[in-house]
Design a binder for this molecule. Sequence first.
Ligand code: IYR
Length: 230
Amino acid sequence: MDNRTPVFEPLEFERLPVEEQLARSRAFLARMRGRRSVRHFSTEPVPFELIANAIATAGTAPSGANQQPWTFVVVSDPSVKQRIRMAAEAEEKESYERRMSAEWLEALAPLGTDWHKPHLEDAPYLIVVFRQAYGLHTDPQAGKAQKIKHYYSEESVGIAVGMLLCSLHEAGLATLTHTPSPMHFLSEILERPPNERPFLVIPVGYPAQDARVPVIRKKSLDEIMVHIKG
Ligand code: IYR
């Protein structure tokens, strides 16, 4: 059989009573409303399985042509975390002091961020997410690696990261979505191949005892939803 011929199987789907649907949906919303981006981490260790399960959850995400164009690099080695912090702070210092526009700095002002990134060392784990801009397939006969076009890789990795964040939050952990810029230093430090582009750095751990977060508000449902009714 040609491997491009689709093979179908019955969908496994549990139809829930509507009361249970509503209860689950409300409980999930309430849980997710408690998620915050955290910049003050405790150094307390975290069970590794929580990280592994979150990445496995991200791996269930839908993706363009089911190409799953992601690699999640987990860093717990203190010396590698330190190198990442040093490189990120060097880029961020340059960005905050010279590269970012006044408009950008003004947009960030309510969050109170700056170039200091101690959380990159304090958090017990960094999950560095890479987007595979294209795939590499090595044909055992030809021997030479072939480039495979990837579709919607940005969208795919974004969805997977959303699911990763939900899993980590649900598991009682704090996260930050950190985008040092530029971030090619991550490919060098973590020795990733050229088809993998750094996408996000996610420090994961327990919040510090005295962790503080900026007072911000999320838009209301009315502000974000448009319902076209028949
Ligand atoms: N990458 C910088 C700046 C930054 C940019 C945005 I947009 C943010 O929402 C937050 C920070 C940093 O990580 O500090």
